[in-house]
Design a protein around this ligand. Structure first.
Ligand SMILES: NC(=O)c1ccc[n+]([C@@H]2O[C@H](COP(=O)([O-])OP(=O)(O)OC[C@H]3O[C@@H](n4cnc5c(N)ncnc54)[C@H](O)[C@@H]3O)[C@@H](O)[C@H]2O)c1
Length: 267
């Protein structure tokens, strides 16, 4: 007997933001394997979005690269129109773009009161306004189709707190509160809205350098806080997000799922 894929996206078109690398890329590719009508691959960096769109096409699934900054509502609206014309209206939205925004790496720096207020905006623009903007642009497709899925990637820094990342953490916490309310507005349209809260993913660096980092006291202390003693993988994110986007998850909404290997913060 042929095995049934219970993770079935029902032919819906999906957009994944920040999908040019790591967790977003893995998610776009995983969605492509489960009966989607097409994947729109967003990234601020156009070449990254195009490269991942090409990988999706290689799986036999229609794909469109839609480079834009999630902080730019007009650009998102234009992308929505292009996706509708070329793939069909997107009714699955994965808000994955995050961290410190385009061209900026996230590095704990100073305590909140020592940080330059000019740094606040880049965290809020991508991690909070980016989620508002994408929901604002794509939800009408879901209302019209009377079905849809939104999954927003947040962070355990927003659930638990993280020193020297207070503004990032607050943007992620805000996104969680936002999606809970959106879930209530969308229920009558058979559309669900959830968040996935990550702890640290595997640092993006060459294997040799990573092996060295993993030997450090800092890494060992950090790993001791995880029941499953490793960093998260992009595939961990892709698996849970794809499940939440599928028909199998139609009665799950308004929730935040920690995806963290059983992480428990130190006291
Ligand atoms: N990496 C971690 O340890 C970690 C931990 C907790 C939560 N998260 C969250 O998980 C998600 C994915 O993390 P990752 O490590 O795979 O990210 P990453 O930094 O490796 O990739 C993010 C991608 O998003 C793009 N991007 C950034 N800002 C954008 C914007 N404003 N508009 C469009 N594209 C933009 C970047 O160009 C990049 O390609 C993010 O939301 C992040 O905040 C990550």
């Amino acid at each position: 007997m042929e095995a049934r894929d219970f993770i079935d996206l029902g032919g819906q078109v999906a957009i994944v933001t920040g999908a040019g690398q790591n967790a977003g890329r893995a998610t776009a590719l995983e969605l492509a394997r489960h009966n989607t009508g097409g994947i729109a691959v967003n990234d601020f960096v156009a070449e990254r979005a195009e490269a991942v769109a090409e990988e999706v096409r290689a799986l036999g699934v229609p794909a469109l690269a839609v480079p834009f900054d999630v902080g730019d509502l007009d650009a998102i609206r234009a992308a929505n129109a292009a996706i509708s014309a070329q793939l069909g209206p997107a009714t699955i939205l994965v808000n994955n773009a995050g961290m410190a925004g385009p061209n900026a790496s996230i590095r704990p720096s100073q305590t909140f009161w020592e940080e330059d207020p000019a740094n606040w905006e880049r965290y809020l623009r991508t991690n909070l306004y980016g989620v508002y903007n994408c929901c604002y642009a794509f939800i009408p497709n879901m209302v019209e189709a009377r079905r849809g899925r939104i999954v927003t990637i947040v962070s355990d820094s927003g659930r638990i707190g993280e020193p020297k990342l207070a503004v990032y953490a607050s943007a992620k916490a805000g996104a969680q509160g936002f999606v809970r309310s959106i879930a209530k507005e969308l229920g009558r349209y058979n559309a669900t809205c959830n968040a996935v809260s990550l702890s640290a993913l595997m640092p993006d660096m060459p294997e040799e350098q990573l092996a060295e980092v993993m030997q450090s006291d800092h890494a060992k202390t950090m790993m001791s806080r995880y029941t499953i003693r490793r960093y998260g993988k992009s595939s961990d994110v892709a698996g849970l997000v794809t499940f939440l986007c599928s028909n199998a998850a139609e009665w799950i909404t308004g929730q935040t799922y920690p995806l963290n290997g059983g992480y428990a913060p130190s006291m």
